[in-house]
Every structure is written in C-alpha cells, then in structure tokens.
Design a protein around this ligand. Structure first.
Ligand code: ATP
Ligand code: MG
Length: 572
C-alpha cells in the first residue's frame, strides 16, 4: 500500500474528549472516529486491525469444531419476555417498536435467539454436542459509554453457544474454549489472566474471564502467587481472619449523634474506631427490602450480593425509598427493630459491643450485639476483597492488578433451554432440555485493549499478528528520485514475498513521517533517506533503539531475510 493513497487522517494533538490512552492513540493514528458516545467508525487502518483480530478469533473457533453462522441483530421482544430478561437485563437494552407497535431489541447478546433458532433443528442426542458462533455487532446502552472501543454502545463481539446432553460434555467444550481463548491471547502476545468470574445477568454455574493486564483497566484481578488462585473482584473470595472479641456484652444504649450520618464522623464524635462501627445498608430487589450489615471500614460488593440472592435486580435503595419504607433517613439505619430481614457480612460475626444506627433520627446505639439485640438471618461474604486479604484456597496474601476483560465463558446449564422449551430426545426416548454453554469475546474491545497494553510516548506498538502493516518503508525525501526508486524496489520485493508493507511516499517532511510511523505502530521501519548517499538503508523495530544498517551493494539480497528475521524476533 502506498501511504499517499491511504485514507488515514492522523492528528498531531490528542482529541479533547479522549479519556484513555488507547482512545487517544486510535483516534490520532487515524484508526477510528467517534460518531456519538460509544459509537465509532473504523477507518481503513482500524478496519485492517479489526479484520486481523477477527481472523484470529475465527481460526481458533473453527479449530475446535465451532461452526460460524449469522443471526439477526434485531430481535423480537417475545423471546426475551419468556426468559424474563426483557426486565432483568435492565436499561442497557436498546428497545424500540416497529410501525405495527411490535416491540424489538437490538441484541445485547444472543442466548434467547440461538436457543429459539436451534430447537427446531436439533432434535436428537445423536446430533449433540454442537457449538455455533457468530461475529456480529451488539448494542448495549451502557450507563457510562467511555474509554473509546473499550466500552461502546455499539461494538463487535464473537459469541458462541454450545448444546450438550451431559455436564461432562459441556465441561469438555468449556475446556476447549478456555484453551482457544488462551491461544487467542497468545497469538497477540498479550499478558493475560484467566480468572474465576461472576456470572451476572447471563446466569449459570461457572465462569471465567480472560483479562489482559493494563494499568487503566476497569477490572480488578485478585490473584495468589502461591497457589495460582485468580478471580475478578466481582466474585473474589477470601479467607476471613477476624479476631474473636473476648469482651463481655454490655448494655445496649441509645446515644445522641446529631447530624452524624457517616462512619468517619460517628467514629470521631463517639471516639470509637471505625472497626467498632457496623454499617447498615438497605437494598431492594425482586423480593422486597433487605438490610445488609458490614464492618464500618469495609465495603459491600454488589455483584456478590446479587449472586448470593440470585437476583440481578438488587440495588441500593434510594434515600426516598428508605424513608418511605423505614420512616428514617439514611444514616441512622440499624438492625435493632429493623422492619426487614437482616443479613450480615462475615466481618461482623466476631464483633461485640459495636455501634449501629439508632433507627431514630439523630441517634445511634452503642454496645449492640447480634443474637441478643437482633437476629441475623444469614452470614454472608459480600465484602470487597482487596490486596492483602488472604487467599481462599491457601491463605497466602492476595495481590491485585488492573486489567481489561476481553472474553468471558459461561456454563449456563439448562436455564435458557428450559424456559424456551428447547428439548431433545435422549437415548432412552425421554425429552430433555439442552445443557448449554456460552462464550463471548470482545473483538472491537480487543483492539483498544491491545493498545492499552502496548504503547509508549510516541504511539502504538502493535503485535505483529494484528498490526495493520508489518513493515513501513519511510522514503524520507520523495523529491530525491534515487530514494523513491530504491524505496519502491524494496516495497515490491517485500510485498511480493508476503510481507504486508506500507511505503510512505507522501509529500511531507521526514520528521513528520517518522512521527506518523511511530504513532500508527508498524513493527518494522525501513528508512530510505540521507544515508543512501553512502549506499545504506536502515532497519529498525518499533520498540527498539537498535538500527540495523544494510549496505545495498553487498547486502541488497539480504533485505528480505533480515526483515523476516527481525520480525520473527519482534515482540511488542
Ligand atoms: P463488562 O463487565 O466489561 O461490561 P460483560 O461481562 O458485560 O463485560 P459479556 O456480556 O460477557 O461482557 O460480553 C462478552 C465480551 O464482550 C466481554 O468480555 C467484552 O470483551 C465485550 N464487551 C462487553 N461489553 C462491551 C462494550 N460495552 N463495549 C465493547 N465490548 C464489550
Ligand atoms: Mg457489561
């Protein structure tokens, strides 16, 4: 490709609204352009990268006998109403009506669609297992579309679904997917974790996320260097080691705490440490209102709460809802005489004589004790796990790193098949619901995630496998016919031998070309410039300072071999 013919408008300055490095670099490098929040076009360079990522994902899917198909993005509401997700999925779903007032969604995912699709064709145990996938655009009206392609409202996903007669068979496919996902990461040279994950709105029993390490990632991975345990913070567990209080129970007492609503202020005012205060949080969900207690200095992880209750609609009650239900403003809530079931985090279990809200405006109780003053319905682990908490498997201190989730795999079981009436006939003639798995990979997110992991102050550093071109030939001065001639000759030679090469033949300064080459992150740069006077050209990898000089007279024939060798040894 000749750069003079390429449509890749690069920018010198970062766009004003880029909120993360990958977004800035992909926009500046002319890979993508924003149309609206979370909605992007892929320009030719970006499209090349996207196609390469797609190809890798497709090849790894095909390699495990997963078959590609294509399903509609526009899906009828009925199938979503049957599974209950028309409500459960929440406001992330893009919903609309057609001219006949029939309701539709632009699919955020395709479990309902595929289950409805296959049930007419998959009838017998003899046809199973089957795995199908598509690479298609998804729509999610995310609360905060941001970080460019990382959290779009329109994005490209590979989604696969598998159908089985047994959990053993599901396990096998799940393992194959796990390995395929690992290969996809490795083919892009990514540093990644496969971590135990929460199943969220998709449901099911078991799940892993593939998270690539990146400082600006939104996911937190807790991991143990000792035993290899790794989980997202949405699901991470830990080994509780709260010392048991040896104090005698003291008398419960209501004390005045005017305008003291926050743990810190109550702690200051009463002169008790935050660890001696218990926070009472009120949540509302499908089955009404519950109170959840946790030690004052710790936080509740909502995803763990949702998983415990098996209710994705659970959320913190608003101050108005609390006032309405309890007749008390937030800040003075407590478990003594609460009008709803009280659950408590494990952090509270060994505490004695602690402070809780007084259930009366401007008051708190001191010396509260569970068992005596109120009943705990169940002890649960809903704490946000942080670095230093103990590994649930081996007790070693956990570490935490930030990352970006690029894929997630789920064992669904029969949740969708039962609800959507998708049955097959088993060996013994009985009708059984399919046992299912589903496996998502964020194709467009991967493009940005890779840039988050691989960039420097000058721009992107693409892994070779997904770089828009492998080689860029920078002809420093195209007004010099010799430079242009040699540049073109090398271009022909490399292109003819299968190296994807871009030649920079634009009428701009050498410095501008070098900056652009670094910005768009091509792994190998060949410079045809001033040193041509000495009969030399220069070769340099994107992320190395070393320059390899090639003397054209003696070494012209080696250019191809040298380029190939340098690229083979290149890692971003
Ligand atoms: P997240 O927790 O980041 O919102 P998710 O759990 O909702 O992700 P899945 O439903 O498992 O994601 O979707 C499969 C994959 O699709 C994700 O692993 C991710 O790579 C990608 N993906 C999900 N949401 C988005 C989005 N808004 N923009 C781009 N890619 C996305
Ligand atoms: Mg999501």
């Amino acid at each position: 490709m000749h750069w003079s013919k390429l449509y890749s408008p690069t920018l010198k300055e970062p766009p004003s609204d880029a909120d993360i490095k990958s977004q800035e670099l992909l926009i500046r490098g002319g890979f993508i352009r924003k149309a609206a929040a979370g909605i992007y076009s892929y320009l030719p360079l970006g499209f090349r990268v996207l196609e390469k990522i797609t190809k890798i994902v497709r090849e790894e899917m095909n390699a495990i006998d997963s078959m590609e198909l294509l399903m509609p993005i526009m899906q009828p509401a009925e199938i979503w109403k049957i599974t209950g997700r028309w409500e459960d999925y929440g406001p992330e779903m893009v919903k609309f009506k057609d001219r006949n007032k029939r309701e539709f969604t632009l699919g955020p995912t395709h479990e309902e669609m595929i289950t409805t699709l296959i049930k007419d064709g998959l009838k017998s145990y003899k046809q199973l297992p089957v795995t199908l996938y598509q690479i298609n655009t998804k729509y999610r009206d995310e609360i905060r579309p941001r970080f460019g392609l990382l959290r779009g409202r329109e994005f490209i996903m590979k989604d696969a679904y598998s159908f089985h007669t047994s959990y053993e068979s599901l396990d096998q496919t799940y393992k194959k997917m796990y390995n395929a996902y690992s290969k996809i990461c490795e083919r892009m040279d990514l540093k990644y974790f496969a971590v135990e994950a929460d199943t969220g709105a998709i449901g099911g029993s078991n799940s892993h996320e593939f998270t690539i390490l990146a400082e600006n990632g939104e996911s937190n991975v807790l991991f143990c260097e000792q035993c290899g345990y790794a989980a997202t913070d949405e699901k991470a567990e830990y080994k509780p080691d709260y010392p048991e209080s040896k104090e005698e129970m003291k008398t419960l007492e209501l004390v005045k705490t005017p305008n003291m609503k926050k743990v810190e202020s109550i702690s200051d005012f009463l002169g008790v440490p935050e660890e001696q205060i218990v926070k009472s949080m009120v949540y509302t969900g499908r089955n009404g209102i519950v109170m959840v207690l946790i030690r004052g200095d710790l936080e509740i992880k909502e995803s763990k709460l949702k998983a415990y209750f098996g209710d994705q609609t659970i959320r913190k009650a608003s101050p108005e809802e609390v006032l309405d239900f309890m007749n008390i403003p937030i800040g003075y809530l407590g478990p003594v005489n609460a009008k709803c079931p009280v659950f408590a985090d494990l952090s509270v279990k060994n505490m004695r004589n602690y402070v809780v809200g007084g259930m009366k405006e401007g008051y708190h109780y001191i010396n509260a004790n569970h068992g005596r003053d109120f009943k705990v319905y169940d002890w649960i682990d809903v704490k946000v796990v942080t670095e230093g908490d103990l590994c649930p498997k081996c007790g070693h201190a956990l570490k935490m790193k930030k990352g970006i989730e690029v894929g997630q795999i789920f064992k669904l079981g029969t949740k969708y098949s039962e609800k959507l009436n998708a049955f097959y006939v088993d060996v013994d003639g009985s009708r059984k619901p399919f046992i299912m798995g589903c496996y998502g990979w964020g194709v467009s997110r991967t493009m940005a995630a890779v840039v988050e992991q691989f960039h420097d102050a000058n721009g992107i550093i693409w892994p070779r496998s997904i770089a828009p071109f492998e080689v860029v030939i920078t002809v420093v001065n195209i007004a010099d016919p010799e430079q242009l001639k040699i540049g073109n000759a090398i271009y022909e030679k490399l292109s003819a031998n299968g190296l994807e090469t871009l030649i920079d033949d634009r009428e701009v300064s050498g410095g501008f070309k070098f900056k652009d080459a670094d910005l768009i992150g091509i792994p190998l740069r060949i410079t045809v410039g001033r040193s041509l006077k000495n009969g030399e050209i220069e070769m340099k990898l994107r992320n190395s300072k070393d320059v390899v000089k090639i003397h054209l007279k003696e070494e012209y024939d080696n250019i191809l071999e040298t380029a190939k060798e340098m690229l083979n040894n290149y890692r971003p």
